[in-house]
Design a protein around this ligand. Structure first.
Ligand code: T1G
Length: 706
């Protein structure tokens, strides 16, 4: 369908049918111009005596990605979307939504307010508002249950997940198999409505049979989502809105929906999740390259090391259909690594996530090798060998000999100096860090570490490659621990210091769990292995030696062989085959002994002190990282923490959380602990200069551009 380029909504008549088309790239967000345009084009069609029916469709690939989220932080909501939908629903002529592409949020709500809906079976539709900390606020919670039934509506609204149009029974009047036939079949359907003089079917006139939605349905649903909805504000309100659809006529139901929508919209969680929506996308916008920067083609990848990390990394590429050469120097280690990968795929197949054929196709993409020469033609090689600089240097010297010109040489190092690694090759411009998070085939975060000499096209290639392997890439600079692990260091230090000062591991873990982290620091340490932190501390002796109390209890436990879950004892004890942490009074005894040795008086701690001492130094380190330019913007740090460490998305990430509290409060608390915790406080609680500056200026991290 052709139409002029400027307006956000255009219309063209085909005989007695007006076709109203939204054209607001890139996603047909229902911005103000679209809402105004829809009203004016629909009113014109209603007044045109030659028009007997109206079609609403799109000039974009998407039907509509929903309300314009960037407008939420503003205050001009006129005309409100519900007003547009009232015009549609109460129109005197039949209005048919023709979904030529996905319809999400308000986009689907436009369709639900129409009298009829046509699309193709495989099309995707959804109400993802819950991911933004809100709920469908333009009738979705009232109309979808009337069309699709309460259970389907509950699931779509509370999960926020897109579904195939064919799976949403009762919503679409025509589902064509071939998208190419959509328009013709839609127009034939509309003509039939006209010829048959069909009475207009308004969604609002449809009732919900209360028997289809007994009270226990909602109770069961609440119970079913309790775990994944833990701490979130809007899922419960989504359920209440659907309950209103069952209990109230449409007008009152819409009023109730509007009240619940505003309750959510005003919450810090909505601000946090909407911040995060843009933060995740902004992570891909980097100043290190532009549209003109070329990209290298990645047709074949080499992975060095078939252990947990190497195997997980290899799976990411096989999952994306990219052939992998997996190198181990010993055949036995290689066989073991490939067997673990096969086992992972077969587990997925058992859960129905993969077909047996998928398993074989992916395994066929993974070719084992024990000779570096097999890497001669790869376009990208990622080493995931032991975290020791000497070992990394040997590997990169070898890669420099073997790999073809233009191959990208990447290290999966989590802490070592990438510049030092690059310096042992003749091509530092081709060297980059690709820091995957364990388990590498599951965790979405990828820290892309740019060295001093890494070239722009290598950076751009890796940032784009990340999307292909379904990772969220964040570009970071070189320092110890880059961004994620550098910030988790003070978090771990403080939790250990609190233990020394008399707090119990389970009390600290509960406070941090209730804050929204997936688990507390001690449970996390036991799961990862206390020996990992122990070796990292050994490699940073100069940094730690100033503080004799630094993780002394954890050190004692590791030296006593208590390295965590994998041996059945760490900070906690574990029954064989059971991950449930069991407090062990002996650990408190060790803490007491070490405290006495260090002349530290043990005491009670408030929940606020425990939370602030674990989270604020992490934020303070983030401020230093921003100041040093290791992260380009605070929202990048938020993306790293939500995707890499499970920081609750309803708090938006650590830097958004700080902005929400107010940097002055963070600054004051840092000064308080600096001044109240004696020498220890002076060592570790000095506020970062940037935190001080922004706090004094009343600004936020999100305002800072270095
Ligand atoms: N509003 C504003 N900008 C949006 C947007 C939206 N709804 N959706 C996408 N963008 C921007 C995005 O920031 C990016 O910008 C560009 O478009 C491409 O996005 C009343 C109140 C639709 C599946 O939650 O899920 O309706 O980075 O990279 O991969 O009940 O965008 O290029 O500058 O994601 O092809 C409900 C959100 C809104 C859907 C397309 N709707 N969007 O994915 O492109 S609330 C949503 C998405 C609502 C009503 C309520 C995805 C997409 P930039 P992209 P994509």
């Amino acid at each position: 369908m052709s139409a002029e380029k400027s307006a956000a909504v255009v219309s063209q008549n085909q005989g007695n049918i007006a076709i109203v088309l939204m054209q607001n790239p890139p996603v047909n967000a229902l911005s103000k111009a679209v809402r105004v345009g829809l009203i004016s084009e629909i009113k014109a069609a209603l007044l045109d005596p030659s028009i007997e029916a109206i079609v609403i469709s799109s000039q974009q690939a998407l039907f509509s990605g929903g309300a314009d989220i960037s407008e939420f932080s503003g205050n001009d909501f006129e005309p409100p979307l519900p007003e547009v939908l009232d015009l549609i629903e109460n129109a005197s002529k039949p209005i048919v939504a023709v979904l030529n592409g996905p319809a999400f949020g308000g986009g689907l709500e436009v369709a639900l307010a129409c009298h009829y809906r046509v699309t193709f079976s495989a099309n995707k539709v959804g109400l993802p508002e819950v991911n933004l900390g809100i709920l469908p606020g333009a009738g979705g919670t009232q109309r979808l249950p009337r069309l699709a039934g309460v259970e389907t509506a509950l699931s779509m609204i509370v999960s926020g997940k897109p579904v195939a149009a064919s799976s949403v029974k009762g919503v679409f009047d025509v589902l064509v198999e071939d998208p190419q036939e959509l328009l013709d079949k839609a127009m034939a359907f509309v003509q039939k409505l006209i010829v048959n003089g069909e009475k207009i079917r308004r969604t609002k006139d449809l009732n919900i049979d209360p028997a289809s939605a007994p009270a226990e349905l909602f109770a069961q649903y609440r119970q079913g989502i309790a775990k994944q909805a833990r701490g979130f504000f809007s899922p419960e309100r989504c359920i209440q809105a659907v309950e209103a659809a069952v209990e109230l006529p449409l007008e009152e139901g819409l009023q109730r929906e509007s009240e619940l929508f505003m309750e959510c919209m005003r919450s810090p969680q909505a601000r946090a999740q909407q911040h995060f929506f843009f933060a995740e996308r902004a992570a891909g916008h980097v100043a290190d390259f532009d549209k003109a920067t070329p990209v290298r083609e990645i047709k074949k990848v080499g992975i060095i090391g078939a252990g947990t990390m190497g195997g997980g990394i290899a799976m990411n590429f096989a999952n994306a259909g990219i052939p992998v050469v997996l190198l181990e120097l010993k055949q036995e280690a290689l066989d073991k690594g490939l067997a673990v990968i096969r086992g992972n795929y077969e587990n997925s197949a058992k859960k129905g996530k993969l077909s047996p054929q998928d398993v074989e196709e992916r395994m066929a993409l993974l070719v084992g090798a024990t000779d570096y020469q097999e890497l001669a033609d790869v376009d990208l090689v990622i080493e995931a060998v032991f975290e020791k600089m000497e070992v990394k240097k040997q590997v990169f010297s070898k890669l420099d000999e073997v790999c073809k010109a233009g191959a990208i040489l990447a290290s999966n190092t989590s802490t070592l100096d990438l510049n030092e690694i690059a310096a042992c090759t003749s091509r530092p411009q081709d060297v980059i860090g690709l820091h995957f998070f364990s388990p590498a085939n599951v965790m979405k975060l990828l820290e892309v570490v740019k060295g001093e000499k890494t070239s722009a096209d290598v950076i751009k290639t890796c940032m784009q490659m990340a999307k292909k392997i379904r990772k969220v890439a964040v570009l970071v600079g070189v320092c110890f621990g880059f961004v994620g692990n550098r910030m988790i260091e003070p978090y771990g230090r403080e939790s250990n210091r609190l233990l020394l000062e008399g707090a119990s591991p389970e009390h600290v873990d509960k406070i941090i769990y209730d804050f929204g982290m997936p688990m507390g620091p001690f449970t996390m340490g036991d799961m990862a292995g206390l020996d990992i932190g122990y070796f990292v501390r050994q490699s940073r002796h100069e940094f730690i030696s100033q503080d004799p109390s630094y993780c002394v209890v954890a050190n004692r436990l590791v030296e006593d062989g208590r390295v965590g879950l994998k041996v059945g004892k760490g900070v906690y004890l574990y029954e064989p085959g059971n991950r449930k942490p069991i407090p062990d009074p002996k650990v408190l005894e060790v803490a007491k002994q070490e405290a006495q040795k260090l002349d530290i008086e043990q005491r009670e701690h408030s929940e606020q002190e425990i939370l602030e001492r674990c989270i604020f130094p992490l934020i303070n380190e983030g401020a230093r990282i921003l100041e040093e330019g290791i992260a380009a913007k605070s929202s990048d740090i938020d993306v790293i923490y939500v995707y890499g460490y499970g920081f609750p998305v309803y708090r938006g990430g650590p830097m958004q959380y700080a902005d929400e509290i107010g940097l002055d409060k963070i600054y004051d608390a840092m000064c308080k602990y600096r001044d109240e915790l004696g020498d220890y406080g002076k060592m570790w609680f000095e506020p970062a200069p940037l935190l001080k500056k922004l706090a004094e200026q009343g600004k936020r991290f999100v305002d800072y551009k270095n």
